[in-house]
Design a protein around this ligand. Structure first.
Ligand code: FES
Ligand code: FES
Length: 160
């Protein structure tokens, strides 16, 4: 059924008229010009399309827009901006934790979800949290280093 769905997107009240079964990834990329979440597998198995829904890392390629009314959605565009990057973005850039970059918006979202619930993750916990995210370029070690660096800086910032 087609209806107006209202939700919060990157901190702003947003409303779209859509079929309830339309996928969030299609709404983001096709209607709202937010291209950060990427289409990879389309089957919930690669993490390229990850966004936060009420703080939980979620496959936008599987989430029906009709189920998102009243929810908080965060895409990588809402994580930071060039003039105020999130510590994760700063760390990824510093450590060059990327190659083609296709997987990175999803990985950044997954890493944010992890650090929001666990500010001091072990390397094993970082690996476990990001296990869903596939990277064909093999940047896993640098990604783990960057997440650990961002976590350390965020803890230091919180203590300052
Ligand atoms: S495109 Fe959504 S999980 Fe792969
Ligand atoms: S950096 Fe290319 S897929 Fe991850």
């Amino acid at each position: 059924m087609r209806r107006t769905i209202e939700f919060t997107l990157n901190g702003r009240a947003t409303s779209v008229e859509a079929e309830e079964t339309e996928l969030l990834l299609d709404v983001l990329r096709g209607r709202l010009d937010l291209f950060g979440a990427r289409f990879g597998c389309g089957a919930g198995q690669c993490g390229a399309c990850a966004v936060l829904v009420d703080g939980a890392s979620t496959a936008a390629c599987q989430a029906e827009i009709g189920n998102l009314a009243g929810k908080q959605v965060l895409t990588v565009e809402g994580l930071g901006a060039p003039d105020r990057p999130h510590p994760l973005q700063t760390a990824f850039l510093e450590l060059q934790a990327g190659q083609c970059g296709y997987c990175l918006s999803g990985i950044l979202i997954g890493a944010k979800a992890l650090l929001d619930r666990n500010p001091d993750p072990s390397r094993a916990e970082i690996a476990d949290a990001l296990d869903w995210h596939l990277c064909r370029c093999g940047v896993h070690n640098r990604v783990m280093d960057a997440v650990a660096l961002a976590a350390k800086r965020m803890r230091q910032g919180a203590a300052a």
